[in-house]
Each structure stands twice: as structure tokens, then as C-alpha cells.
Design a protein around this ligand. Sequence first.
Ligand code: FAD
Length: 434
Amino acid sequence: MINIFWFRRDLRLNDNAGLYHALKGNSAVLPIFIFDTNILEQLPGKADRRVEFIHTALTGLQQQLKELGSTLVVYHDTPLNAFKQLVKQYRIEAVFTNHDYEPYARDRDESIAQFLKERDIAFHTYKDQVIFEKNEIIKDDGKPYTIFTPYSKKWKARLNEFYLKSYPANKYFNNFHQLAAKRIPSLQEIGFEKTGGEFPTDSPDNAIIKQYDKQRDIPGIQGTSHLGVHLRFGTISIRQLAQKAMKLNETFLSELIWRDFFQMILWHFPHVGKGKAFKAEYDFIKWRNNEAEFTRWREGNTGYPIVDAGMRELNTTGFMHNRVRMITASFLAKHLLIDWRWGEAYFAEKLLDFDLASNNGNWQWAAGCGCDAAPYFRIFNPYTQTKKFDPALTYIKKWVREFEEFTYPAPIVEHETARARCLETYKKGLEKAR
Ligand code: FAD
């Protein structure tokens, strides 16, 4: 008999809740990963940095497991087919894994749980990628929070050592199933190719975290952690990072709470992850959806240097500074009146740290239709934002070198005109909803 540990968005051996519980059991643990063809087939290109990131992380895991006399078994298939093969090959006592709150993942896990149940195999799942999940932080009346500040207050009040304690899986590493190392399929074999880019380090930079509240809004400097992708794929532990945040910087901790918040929202309101506005009345807005303008936004040619700098940073590196994500998102939805879902999908395609809950939550925030969103009549002025956050134009000069030249396009729309048009369109949409 063996136990299976199924890696998903928790690609590390240390402080991994589900893996710890699996290793503590009586049967040896065979770790697996599935390159899910349902997901991979939806990706737009062959050069996908997220797939490459996962592949690199799996190679690292394989090395560690090899040293422990074990191996990772990697499938390239649908999860159901992978489990069909596993039950043919092994006598399985139980499958262990960590929670995933996305709508697709919930359906997938339900069907796998059912498949295993029919074969008398237990399916054990654990919280791992957030500090608090599901109903752990709810209002006194038992309903989920939809406003961040009171959620965050309760989050902090409930926090104690228990929730930050690490899971010392390493104590039980001798319980990995001993097996000669299996080959991980290459990127090419699963239909992808190398992109050549580098990944940010997984070691948090204490100096950046210490200064986070003072520097996080300045896109021209390295003032944020760049840990997003590691949190997304679990190559670092949220508990260890939260401990650090508590010691070093409260504002940084608050960002980690936003992350929990949006996962909680997606769990309770899965419609947001299925193309619907959190506030239904915003689905009555009549978007202009001008394709040519969307192309200019995507390519960073709107004639608004701060917007163009952000889009070019995204297109070149797979990263965009948070302040500029807010500016570019607001610009698309409000200045250009292009459906925020188009922008959300574009970010989803490009961001290395793409995460459905955070991407969707922040896009809805920027468009005004989300929970705790910026009110729709508050419209970012890209020029004022530049003055405030990039006064020496360091960021703009880095990404839009030609911004003062003749060749640089004139603004795609005049700010005051766009503002008035946005207010009018939103107002009409919301009135229609009544
Ligand atoms: P830091 O500023 O160092 O923050 C540390 C961590 O806190 C981040 O890595 C992230 O996990 C979390 N965090 C920070 N800000 C937020 C936030 N506003 N909401 C939720 N979590 C946050 N974040 C994603 O992880 N994935 C996305 O797909 C994503 N899409 C976004 C889309 C838009 C339109 C906007 C405005 C924001 C989006 N964010 C997203 C949030 C934020 O921009 C990124 O988390 C952050 O810029 C990543 O850089 P960093 O790792 O240096 O973050």
C-alpha cells in the first residue's frame, strides 16, 4: 500500500501542510505532479513562462527527492486519466493534497474525490496556500466579508502562532516511497519551449520588506518583493513569509492579507471567476470595445507614457509594478471604456504571477464593479499619478525612451473628455440596472 501526495500550487517539500500529513501516515508516500492538459491546451502560446517556471520547480523537487531515494512521478494528461493509471499500477490507501479555491480546481477535485471514493481510496485535503481560508474569517452574522478593512482587522485579531506554525515535513522524509528516479518530461515533450527569461529569486529581500511602506508605490525603483510567482506556485511558504512580514513591515503584511481576501472572495462568490461582475449592476455598462484602441493599449502605444511604460514592462518581462497595474487597468476600463474582462484576460496571458483570484479581484476593483472597489466616479488621472509616483520619470524613461520625440503617438483620448464620457456611460449603465 502507498499514499500519494499530489503537488499543485505548493511546489516545495518544506512546510507543506498536505505533504506533512501524508508523510506522517503509515504508508510510504509517492509524490506526483500532473501537467493538466485541460489547462495547458487553453494557453495561447508555446512560450509560456509559467509552464517553464513550474518545470524548473519540478526539476528542483526531483533533485531533492532523488537525494532522499525517492522520485517525483510526472504525468502529462488530464487528472482523471492520471489517476486511472495510478490505481492500475499501485494499491493506494489515500491521496493527499492541498486546497485550491478556483472554480475549475474545485470541480476537478470533486470529480477526483468521487473517482477515488468509488475505489475505497481516501482523499485528504488541507489548507496550505493562505493563512485563513473559506469561513475562517467571517462577519459576526456568519456572512463573508466583502470589505477589506474589517476583514483585515479580524484577520489580524485571530492570528496567533498556531496559524503561522510550519509543518516540519522534513522530520518524516524517510517515509517517501523508495524508487529509482523517473524522468520528468521535457518542456518540448509537453508542447512548450524555453523563453530565455530569468525568474525572480525565492529569497525574500529583508531590506526591501523593511522599507516596503515607503517604497512600494514607486515603480522606478526595486521597492517590492517580486515574490508573487513564488506565492502563486508555492515555491515559498506563506506562513514563513507572513512571519517575516510581522517582524519587518505591517504594510507588507497587509498585502498578504489582500491575497487571502481575494481567495476568500473567489471561494464564496465563484461567479466572479466565471466572467461576472461582483456587483451585477455593472454588467449593464455599455462598453465601447474598440479593437484598434485595445491593440494600442496592449502594445503600449496609447500616448500616455505611464500607461505605455506599464504595458511594455509587462510585455517584455511578464511583470508590472502594482501601482502601474492599477493605472493601466483603470485606463482601459474608464478612459477607453473597454470591458475590463478583456484586460483581465490579457494580464492572465502575460503575468508570470498570474493568479485568478488576485487578478480578477484587482481588475474588478479598478473597473469599479468589484467588492470594496474604488467608486466608479474616482478616475485615475495618469498625469497626476506620474507626478506623484514617477516624478523624475525614471520608470517612463526606462520603458518609453521615445516619449518626448516626434514619433511618440498623441494621446489616444483627451483626459477630460474621457473622464466625462466614462461618468456618463457608467451612470447610464447603472440606471438601466435599476
Ligand atoms: P509585493 O508588493 O512585494 O507584495 C507581496 C505579495 O503580496 C505579492 O507577491 C502578492 O502575493 C501579494 N499582493 C500584493 N498586492 C496585492 C493585491 N493588490 N492583491 C492581492 N495580492 C497582493 N497579484 C497576483 O499575485 N496575481 C495577479 O494576477 C495579479 N493581477 C493584478 C491585476 C491588477 C489589475 C492589479 C491592480 C493588481 C494585480 N495583482 C496581482 C496584485 C499586485 O499587483 C501583485 O501581487 C504585485 O504587484 C506583485 O508584485 P510583488 O510580488 O513585488 O508584490
